[in-house]
Unconditional design. Structure first.
Ligand code: 4HQ
Length: 266
């Protein structure tokens, strides 16, 4: 897969794509990341890429011309049509589902805005999809582009080792990940749960699924509401909730203790 990034900070984007799993995917030629600087396509002596916003007020807007020229050269260097994505808080929220679909495309381009963003007319004519990485404001689209490159790059066939296999990730089954432990088994910080040392692979799979379901229920109930659970998952989540209620009750001071504390306080 090839990813083209249109950005005022091409070196930063190249460096982002050079590390870790994604960097290795590039070395293995599973992924190619190229950056294009709209400033290189500005035609005036100052190499201007931004202008005052029409209607007045503070802030600058990225000009149509340098971006259109950069996108034109980028598209002409591609044998196939390119799916162009603009990063902005106004876009649809990026999800693992969308990441998985993008990872199957032969070629995408990521358009990174700075300042107040990009002239709306360029977006209307050159952009296929607008995506947001979350409900907060960044100073530019580059970190959003880096997020997409990382999430999409690691899904390229052969990018992950067996041990990192993508099927085990959070969200790949719509649930949060289970807890993970390594040696030592006993530590001042606590013990590794016994079932993980049992060698009973069926029991370990059930424990992990139950932890995933339980943590999703506790931390991201919105994710659970989005999917129908099968009978096994329903039973495991029920178990988790019963155990959780019991532990919560054990930790809550009893009414009797409240009375004792009242005596102390008065
Ligand atoms: N920005 N998800 C404003 C973002 C953003 C986000 C990028 C800031 C575009 C013009 N991008 N510029 N959130 O906050 O992707």
């Amino acid at each position: 897969m090839r990813i083209d990034v249109v950005t005022l900070f091409p070196d930063f984007m190249r460096q982002c794509a050079a590390v870790g799993v994604v960097g290795r995917a590039q070395q293995r030629e599973l992924l190619q990341v190229e950056a294009w600087n709209p400033r290189d396509y500005a035609t005036d002596n100052y190499r201007t890429v931004d202008g005052r916003t029409c209607g007045g007020g503070p802030g600058m807007v990225m000009l149509i011309e340098p971006l259109r020229a950069a996108l034109k050269v980028m598209r002409e260097a591609a044998p196939e049509p390119v799916h162009v994505i603009y990063l902005s808080p106004q876009g649809a929220r990026l999800t693992q589902g969308r990441v998985e679909a993008l990872a199957k495309l032969p070629r995408i381009a990521l358009l990174c805005g700075r300042y107040e963003g990009v002239d709306e007319r360029l977006l209307a004519h050159e952009v296929d999809e607008e995506l947001s990485i979350g409900d907060y404001v960044l100073s530019g689209g580059e970190l959003g582009a880096a997020v997409i490159i990382d999430a999409v790059g690691r899904l390229q066939d052969g990018a992950l080792n067996d041990a990192q296999s993508a099927e085990q990730d959070s969200f790949s089954n719509g649930l949060l990940d289970c807890p993970h432990y390594a040696r030592p088994v006993h530590d001042a910080l606590g013990d590794v749960p016994e079932v993980l040392l049992s060698g009973d692979h069926a029991a370990i799979r059930r424990w992990r699924l139950k932890q995933s379901l339980g943590r999703t229920w506790l931390r991201r109930p919105d994710l659970l509401a989005q999917r129908a659970l099968d009978a096994e998952s329903r039973a495991l989540l029920d178990e988790f909730r019963r155990e959780y209620a019991r532990e919560e009750q054990a930790q809550r001071p009893s009414r009797q203790n409240d009375a004792v504390n009242d005596d102390r306080n008065h």
